[in-house]
Design a protein around this ligand. Structure first.
Ligand code: UDX
Length: 446
């Protein structure tokens, strides 16, 4: 009989995972402790912007016209415990307030709510990003609390999905990593992921600590790669070099590769910044902090980018923001997402506002979230309106829409045609030809 799957925590990761499991043919029950989330998802609506996710949900949520009916949602732990052969824990682990470590309280509460109700054999699979060592501890907690005892097993299966590509990354992962304590868990997970494995996704079996570390190591590597190119951007600016050319040239070396070498205002979002900090905190607890001191530098190079963008903007308007209008194009931490968590774009906008600039922001999808986080900034309904009357325009999130802007039309509405490209995604030649003073991070000034 086909496995029955539950997904605990229906945020960004959980909602996508639940829909993907239904797409793979399983009966799926999703749980969240926030009833409004469950109501929204049960209507087939997604509370965030993620390409393709709403379509996938609608295809499977029970009760919707034409759906397969394989996906349902609940707030009942008992229902979840009774239903599932495999329970995926997808709750988030945000950075703790005022600390580097991550907050494990949602993970703890998911395990302690579920475990005492598990009366039949089950596999609990953690997907959340956790400090190394958590899985071994949670495995003990699980068998200790579950009435089914040793028949309840734990596996750790980190998630590598990227926002904006969540559905694609979940259905066609570039690798599946599982940390298991025994063969039964591995067998069950091979069954769950039979389709992507059949399509060629590598299936890597490891122990708990290695599986936990794979996730933080991967994100640390990506963060390091971005900070590396941003450090090169600093040097290029000092030496009058061009970081975009430099990245292209080193990227031809297959060992280096072209990806994740886009210099600019740096990385943000709900993962990379908090994951490298939590990794440093955990290494410190383990007595291995020296091994990760370089991540402190990766973090500070990254944070310096934001400050540098503010400086470039201040310089461009003559040394002070007072009385200056600044247009900010982009609010989300990356394009094709409405996520503004730790967004470099909004951080820069906020800093300029605090220094007396009049900032107007436009973003294709992130306006509501941005308004909630920075209610004191001004918001415009389009890029053109955000630029109206501006003394300088800042391009801070590389939405495709911004590459299609007409530099001539925008020049007509600004006070001064000055543009700072914080993402190295606009074509300097095109903007300069339209009369703009164009400056990009790590590139020569014309
Ligand atoms: C990341 C990892 O890529 C993913 O595997 C993991 O599961 C979660 O964290 P995500 O946070 O969605 O995914 O964003 P990602 O595409 O990695 O971008 C992170 C940040 O780096 C963004 O702010 C992006 O703008 C920035 N970035 C990316 C750069 O500044 N330069 C680059 O070359 C690439």
């Amino acid at each position: 009989m086909a496995l029955k799957i539950t997904v605990i925590g229906t945020g960004y990761l959980g909602a996508t995972h639940a829909a993907a499991m239904a797409e793979l043919g399983f009966e799926v029950l999703g749980l969240d402790v926030v009833p409004e989330k469950i109501e929204t998802l049960s209507r087939g609506e997604v509370p965030m912007y993620e390409p393709g996710l709403e379509e996938l949900l609608r295809k499977h949520v029970a009760g919707l016209e034409g759906s397969t009916g394989r996906l349902r949602f609940t707030t009942s732990w008992q229902e979840v415990a009774d239903f599932g052969d495999v329970h995926f824990v997808c709750v988030n682990t945000p950075q703790k307030h005022g600390e580097y470590a991550c907050d494990m309280s949602y993970v703890e509460s998911a395990f302690s709510s579920l475990a005492p109700l598990l009366r039949r054999p089950a596999l609990v699979v953690g997907k959340s990003t956790v400090p190394v060592g958590s899985a071994a501890r949670l495995a003990r907690l699980l068998t200790g609390l579950a009435p089914a005892g040793e028949d309840v097993e734990l596996a750790w299966n980190p998630e590598f999905l990227r926002e904006g590509f969540a559905v694609e990354d979940t259905l066609h992962p570039d690798r599946i990593v599982v940390g298991v304590g025994g063969e039964r868990a591995e067998k069950l997970l091979r069954e769950v992921y039979a389709t992507p494995i059949g399509e060629g996704s590598p299936f890597v079996v490891a122990d708990y600590p290695t599986a936990e570390l794979v996730k933080t190591a991967a994100n640390s590597f990506l963060a390091t790669k971005i900070s590396f190119i941003n450090a090169m951007a600093e040097v290029c600016e000092a030496a009058d070099g061009d970081v975009v050319k430099l990245a292209e040239a080193i990227g031809h070396d297959e060992r280096i590769g072209k990806k994740f070498l886009r210099a600019g205002v740096g990385f943000g979002g709900g993962c990379l910044p908090k994951d490298i900090r939590a990794f440093m905190a955990r290494a410190g607890e383990l007595g291995a902090d020296q091994a990760l001191t370089f991540l402190r530098e990766v973090d500070s190079i990254n944070m310096r980018r934001r400050a540098h963008m503010v400086e470039l903007a201040r310089e461009s308007v003559g040394g002070s923001f007072l009385g200056q209008r600044v247009a900010v194009l982009g609010a989300t931490f990356k394009p094709d997402s409405d996520d503004v968590r730790d967004s470099p774009a909004l951080n820069v906008a906020g800093q300029i506002h605090l220094q007396g600039g009049q900032v107007t922001v436009y973003d294709p999808k992130g306006m509501d979230n941005a308004r909630r986080l920075f209610p004191t900034l001004a918001y415009a309904p389009s890029a053109l309106e955000a630029c109206r009357g501006a003394h300088v325009v800042l391009h801070l999130t590389e939405w495709a829409e911004f590459r299609q802007l007409d530099p001539v039309a925008i020049a007509d509405v600004v006070v001064e045609p000055r543009l700072l490209d914080g993402r190295n995604a606009l074509d300097p030649a095109v903007w300069r030809a339209a009369g703009w003073t164009f400056r990009a991070m790590g590139r020569p000034q014309a």
